[in-house]
Design a protein around this ligand. Structure first.
Ligand code: ADP
Ligand code: MG
Length: 731
């Protein structure tokens, strides 16, 4: 029996004790977080006030106050059973990192106490020399520093035998340059706030102090049985299958999307939710996705900074909890060929400190004007900076997904829905009055329609769609840290909000009535950005042609797309808004290009091993079976004078020859692949990236094609790699 068939007998759900009365979420939501309310209970009034001012105005607290908070945090954590603490940060690997220290401090021979000082709360010094820095850190100053991000509450992570206090931090170099995904996000929120507050002032909102981005990421993922996972080198090493014939049944019956959730998976979901709620993550939605064994979790939206931390935590939780259920959670963008990949829809909007959503159509004519001004600013941002948006989702995994007829293409365009589009078109035309079934625009009176939210009917193929009171950016990869995309969107929108505000001021200053001035700017920007709007099917071939005519970028290759980060004008934009320094953005470019080449090397070397250690030996065993059989028949013809039809013998001969040829093709292309890797060994990451995209990937696809052909004929007994139909359908 093939090992993969043996695995079949081990597959089963874990035994769970039935809960008669599940706990009410409201009774334990956030119990493992040192929330602002918890903090308030544990520290003095003065320190709490100082902390609040730090949060709202950036005036830092004193070391004595930090000590008080550290102590309170420690007492709280210890009272909940924590024995270790860690600064929790997000280096540019895309993952989270932690280095744990115990709370103990020696007080005398053989004596310890639990201690945690303000110094240790505020700053940590993990030996950071092994984190990617893209050249920011020279080896002589290899240390990186973690610094407390008080805007994201500390939390406790539980494992079976203990608890750890995790303190969200940013990660910076000796010179204060961002080495992580988080600091740029925080900076971008500041830039966005400044620009948006400026615009709101024009509209008379003198009381708005702060604007921040909000985000709700919809996380897609696959689950497969652990036994199968462990038998696939490719899943273990690369997170995706490098070979594997299509299952006869895939997603064509569309019977999975929103289907009944299998009990085994549902149990996993319940446990994830419980863990998430304890950490204050407001999980909301869970459902089956389009592909077999593909699912989604979505939270209620939060301030971006918190949403980003929560999404990182969610990804960790999902992987951890899956293992408890003998499942493995795959977050790769394309674990299986031929069926949908996984993304992360980033729902994004802006909110002010008084609780208004700036992308919520207003209740009054003035409110609507303001809404439209913000809306055209977003349009302009995407129109001018589609290249940076694309660069933010450029990674090896996502390269398989974007444009693969399931995810938005690499062309970035915006969908507004019929009603909003018509309104913008009407304003752009300068028409004064238009009445239709759905809306009334009367610009003479500066009267605009009450927008009907349901009219932003969903175009699921658009990469950047307005869906009610938010935009939904759908090109983010499922494994990505969302901070980068949020930082990019915040920055480019900040720039356009400034632009719109300036234009309004100018028009208003030249004597025009304010509302007229705003309308004029809306009309102008709507006209200028016309080309970024697309309401049709983004998967259709004619969109590619149309987009080309419009001059919209369509970059398939990751490394090409990443180049947007080092374009002069883009560096200048990031520097102007203080989100990335030139050094920081160039470093990221180098890290991400390098990462791309590393991922492809891991994949190619894994494929090489799989082919040589598994596929070809299976092929030989099967060929031997065919040889023996055919030889036996010929023997019987000769020695026992048995008669077989010539066609039957010929057919077996042909089959044998086919199998031998396939094995040959696989071996030949694999050798080519290794040769290519060797040839590239001395090249720069940029050169490698290009050759890998143009040469290595097609070779790998070629190998895969022949391997998959073999999989479909080689006897089940001799095929050890779990098949798609098993991984995706066995319950
Ligand atoms: P779908 O897009 O799947 O139909 P919804 O539109 O209801 O689902 O919401 C998807 C996600 O968008 C949820 O995580 C939700 O919290 C988030 N969302 C809703 N409003 C906002 C907002 N103003 N800012 C950011 N995210 C939001
Ligand atoms: Mg959605």
């Amino acid at each position: 029996m093939a090992v993969r068939q043996e695995a079949l007998f081990k597959i089963k759900s874990v035994q769970l004790n039935k809960i008669d009365l599940p706990k009410k979420v409201s009774t334990y939501f956030g119990e493992n977080t040192f929330s602002i309310e918890t903090m308030q209970k544990h520290i003095s009034k003065e320190t709490f006030e100082a902390f609040k001012i730090w949060m709202s105005e950036g005036k830092t607290i004193t070391l004595t106050q930090a000590n008080e908070i550290a102590n309170a945090m420690k007492e709280w954590a210890i009272s909940k059973g924590a024995t270790y603490y860690t600064h929790w940060f997000q280096p540019m690997t895309g993952l989270t990192a932690e280095k744990h220290d115990s709370f103990i401090s020696i007080t005398g021979p053989g004596k310890v106490i639990e201690k945690f000082s303000g110094n240790k709360l505020i700053q940590g010094e993990p030996d950071a020399s092994s984190f990617p820095s893209g050249g920011i850190r020279a080896t002589f100053e290899a240390r990186g520093y973690t610094a407390w991000d008080p805007s994201s509450p500390a939390f406790i992570i539980e494992s079976a035998l203990g608890k750890t206090l995790c303190i969200p931090t940013i990660f910076i170099s000796y010179h204060g340059e961002a080495l992580d995904a988080k600091l740029p996000l925080l900076r971008s929120d500041e830039a966005l706030s400044k620009a948006a507050v400026g615009l709101l002032k024009l509209f008379g909102h003198k009381d708005v102090k702060k604007v921040f981005s909000t985000c709700g990421p919809e996380q897609e993922y696959f689950l497969i049985d652990k036994y199968y996972y462990n038998l696939r080198q490719d899943l273990l090493m690369a997170g995706r299958t490098l070979v594997g014939a299509a299952s006869p049944k895939g997603q064509q019956l569309e019977d999975q999307y929103f289907g009944t959730i299998k009990e085994r998976v549902l149990n996993f979901m319940f446990e994830v939710a419980e863990e998430a709620y304890k950490l204050g993550i407001p999980l909301m939605t869970r459902h089956n996705e389009v592909a077999p064994h593909q699912y989604e979790f979505a939270p209620i939206f939060e301030e971006s900074n918190i949403a980003a931390d929560h999404n990182q935590l969610m990804m960790d939780l999902m992987k951890k909890v899956a293992l408890r259920h003998n499942l493995v959670c795959l977050l790769h963008e394309k674990p299986f060929a031929g069926i949908n990949g996984s993304g992360k829809h980033l729902n994004w909007s802006l909110a002010d400190n008084l609780g208004s959503n700036l992308l919520n159509p207003g209740q009054t004519p003035e409110g609507n004007l303001q809404f439209l001004a913000v809306l055209v600013a977003v349009l302009r941002a995407v129109y001018l900076h589609a290249d940076i948006i694309r660069a933010g989702v450029a990674l090896a995994g996502n390269e398989h997904r974007l444009g693969a007829n399931e995810a938005p293409p690499a062309i970035i365009s915006v969908y507004l829905g019929e009603q909003l589009s018509k309104i913008l078109d009407t304003i752009a035309k300068g028409a004064k009055k238009e009445i239709s079934k759905h809306y009334v625009i009367d610009l003479g009176l500066a009267r605009l329609p009450q927008f009907d939210k349901d009219m932003t009917d969903r175009n699921r193929t658009s990469p950047f769609a307005f869906t009610g009171a938010k935009f939904e950016f759908r090109a983010v990869g499922s494994s990505q840290n969302i901070s980068t995309s949020i930082a990019i969107i915040n920055t480019i929108v900040a720039e356009s909000l400034d632009y719109v505000a300036e234009k309004i001021k100018k028009a208003n200053g030249s004597g025009k009535d304010f509302n007229e001035a705003v309308l004029q700017v809306i009309a102008q920007v709507a006209k200028e950005t016309q080309d970024i709007r697309f309401e049709g099917n983004n998967y259709a071939q004619n969109w590619l042609e149309e987009a080309k005519k419009r001059g919209l970028p369509n970059v398939a290759s990751t490394c090409e797309a990443l180049k947007a980060f080092v374009k002069k004008e883009n560096i200048a934009l990031f520097e102007k808004y203080k989100v990335f320094s030139k050094n920081e953005i160039v470093a990221r470019y180098h890290i991400w290009v390098h990462m791309y080449t590393l991922v492809l090397e891991i994949e190619a070397n894994t494929l090489n091993e799989m082919v040589n250690a598994s596929v070809i030996p299976s092929g030989f065993e099967y060929a031997k079976l065919l040889e023996d059989n055919l030889g036996g028949l010929i023997n019987l013809t000769k020695n026992a004078k048995l008669k077989f039809s010539n066609e039957a013998l010929k057919d077996q001969g042909e089959h044998l020859s086919e199998v031998i040829s396939k094995i040959y093709y696989v071996r030949r292309n694999t050798k080519e692949m290794i040769k290519l890797l060797k040839k590239c060994a001395g090249l720069s990451a940029e050169e490698k990236g290009k050759l890998y995209f143009e040469g290595l990937k097609p070779l790998m696809e070629h190998i895969r094609k022949h391997v998959d052909d073999l999989e479909c004929v080689i006897s089940d007994e001799h095929w050890d790699l779990p098949k798609y139909r098993e991984m995706l359908f066995i319950k």
